[in-house]
Ligand binder design. Structure first.
Ligand SMILES: Cc1cc2nc3c(=O)[nH]c(=O)nc-3n(C[C@H](O)[C@H](O)[C@H](O)COP(=O)(O)OP(=O)(O)OC[C@H]3O[C@@H](n4cnc5c(N)ncnc54)[C@H](O)[C@@H]3O)c2cc1C
Length: 398
């Protein structure tokens, strides 16, 4: 390990050991490149900033077979609640999933990367980077003092608070109104059906967002995300109110953890610069409807690694070459994301009475179609359910 620490020249330096960073590390190291991950936290995976939900379908698509210890709960669907408490359930193969134990999941991903040949430095924070002779030199504050690490490619996997893009001169400025504020307790004794994740909607519940209960083996993640532009109080205050208002669920519940974080719900377009690629939350790639980001983060890293491999082989890590990664991402997610952004704008216009109407009229499969950006169904539905006309107009008006 000491030998490694003194050798501060690598093919690829990855900043951040979340899901995006460790998957990128595995993919790049397994292709034979010297790969180093620096992680500012002293423990990978902790504290978590996540409700830990992930679909089986999403994992299968990426070829990820979870280590059983990563799984804390198994889910067969979602139960959605209108402001007055009407419940609609969504079930089916595509809804099956897991509530992970993310502290184990992230360590497992790191272990997989290390087995593929990647090196890791924890409690090591990237502080800035400069270009010298066509290579990036990244300054890293480690437990042993400052180090300078030279790399052909730097992958910014540094999450929602990412600085790598900014250091590389990319425009990563986003409006504060484009961030969901998320806050969450992990609680014991939560009385909610374990086979569902539970999602609660309403202006007074979680303005422009939703509240959730994700059951785990012997606890549950109970949290909410709000957009501040619609909020009258802090996210924490909404969460306390939500818990107090659902005595039937929480009367014996006690917290064992509190955590929170920002969720970027608007994407930016530039994900690469000369010798630099951004993946996962660092490129703001979360699903703009539900804020889930793990599968997209992992997928972006798989794509980025493929392009990094070609670029390193060619000895050309220019922005032009790395742009292929942006293109791949756009082909896979571009259109869908545009539709989801439009859907988000629509959802932001909904009032409590609209949620009630949707709960009355829509079935689980309709709501699933909505979340998949299959919006034409809303228009078709208007033909049979004229009560939806007002909502369809809200959707069509931008
Ligand atoms: C409250 C909440 C609930 C959520 N629930 C879900 C959910 O249920 N399902 C889901 O799929 N997604 C969920 N998300 C989103 C999900 O957590 C993220 O999309 C996902 O973690 C993105 O992975 P990442 O690797 O890109 O970033 P992160 O997981 O944020 O990892 C970034 C890593 O970089 C490190 N880092 C940052 N800066 C530096 C630096 N300068 N030097 C070194 N290291 C650095 C950080 O310490 C961190 O370990 C939730 C988010 C929040 C806030």
């Amino acid at each position: 390990m000491e030998q490694w620490r003194d050798k501060m020249r690598v093919d690829c330096l990855i900043v951040g050991a979340g899901p995006a960073g460790s998957v990128a590390a595995k993919e790049i190291a397994s292709r034979g490149y010297e790969t180093l991950v620096v992680e500012k936290r002293q423990e990978i995976g902790a504290p978590k900033r996540c409700a830990e939900g992930i679909t089986k379908h999403g994992l299968d698509k990426l070829g990820i077979k979870l280590h059983p210890l990563c799984i804390s709960g198994r889910i067969s669907g979602a139960a959605l609640y209108s402001p007055s408490g009407k419940m609609v359930t969504m079930e089916g193969e595509e809804m099956e999933g897991y509530v992970l134990e993310r502290k184990i999941f992230e360590k497992w991903l790191a272990a997989e990367a290390i087995k593929a040949g990647a090196k890791y430095m924890v409690k090591s924070q990237a502080m800035g980077m400069e270009k010298e002779g066509g290579k990036w030199k990244v300054r890293v504050k480690t437990i042993e003092g400052m180090k300078e690490i030279e790399a052909n490619i730097v992958i910014g996997a540094d999450g929602v608070e990412s600085k790598v893009g900014r250091w590389a001169g990319l425009n990563t400025v986003n409006k504060i109104t484009d961030y969901h504020s998320g806050i969450q307790f992990e609680m014991v004794n939560v009385d909610a059906e374990e086979k569902y994740i539970h999602l609660f909607f309403g202006r007074e519940v979680a303005p422009l967002g939703y509240a959730w209960i994700f059951p785990k083996a012997f606890s549950a993640n109970v949290g909410l995300g709000i957009l501040e532009k619609g909020a009258k109080m802090k996210a924490y205050e909404y969460l306390i109110k939500f818990i107090k208002e659902h005595e039937e669920i929480f009367k014996n519940a006690q917290p064992i953890e509190i955590n929170g974080g920002g969720v970027p719900v608007a994407h930016f377009t530039e994900m690469v610069a000369d010798g630099v690629m951004l993946v996962g939350d660092a490129a703001q790639l979360v699903n703009p409807i539900h804020g889930g980001g793990m599968t997209r983060a992992i997928h972006s890293s798989i794509m980025a690694a493929e392009v990094a491999d070609k670029a390193l082989k060619k000895g050309d890590v220019s922005k032009e070459t790395l742009k292929e990664y942006e293109k791949m991402w756009d082909e896979e997610y571009g259109e869908k994301t545009k539709k989801l952004m439009k859907l988000r704008a629509f959802l932001e216009k909904l009032e409590d009475k609209d949620f009630e109407l949707l709960a009355d009229i829509l079935q689980g499969e309709d709501i699933y179609a909505l979340t998949q950006a299959k919006l034409s169904f809303l228009i078709k539905k208007v033909v049979t359910k004229p009560a939806l006309l007002g909502l369809a107009k809200k959707y069509l008006m931008d």
